[in-house]
Design a protein around this ligand. Structure first.
Ligand SMILES: [Zn+2]
Ligand SMILES: [Zn+2]
Ligand SMILES: [Zn+2]
Length: 140
């Protein structure tokens, strides 16, 4: 990812470019996992907690990141796979790895669940999986 990728994504969303916004976005683009405010605080140790928090809220509002609440109640954020589109959906599952403690987006056929559940009106689906991630699972 070149820095122009981040800059153009921000400007496409009408977000003015600041060093911290670039840094946060770069962190998400470089890693496939989700990050909590605490994770980012530890990773970007030159930044203020409140500035990082505001950046995460802005990115979520603009459809760059989506929020994940893990089974232990910790809130984290992950990159939207379709952030180019304003009205994309983030209906997929999330997995928390018990070895590296990271949270990942997992694609799952949730559309099927929607169509199968005729007895309910489904507004939102949150599926949280506890297990072992791809990287940790491939280490013998
Ligand atoms: Zn999204
Ligand atoms: Zn793992
Ligand atoms: Zn996700």
């Amino acid at each position: 990812m070149s820095s122009s990728t981040e800059t153009s994504l921000l400007s496409k969303k009408g977000i003015s470019v600041t060093p911290i916004r670039l840094l946060v976005l770069k962190t998400f683009l470089k890693n496939s996992q989700a990050f909590s405010l605490k994770d980012l605080e530890e990773k970007l140790f030159f930044s203020e907690r409140s500035t990082i928090f505001r950046t995460l809220q802005l990115f979520e509002k603009k459809g760059i990141l989506h929020e994940i609440i893990s089974s232990d109640g910790i809130k984290s954020y992950a990159l939207c796979s379709d952030s180019e589109h304003e009205n994309h959906n983030d209906q997929h599952a999330h997995l928390k790895c018990r070895k590296c403690n990271s949270v990942f987006c997992v694609s799952l056929d949730i559309e099927h669940f929607f169509s199968a559940s005729n007895d309910y009106q489904v507004d939102d689906v949150q599926i949280f999986i506890n297990g072992i991630c791809k990287a940790c699972n491939s280490v013998a």
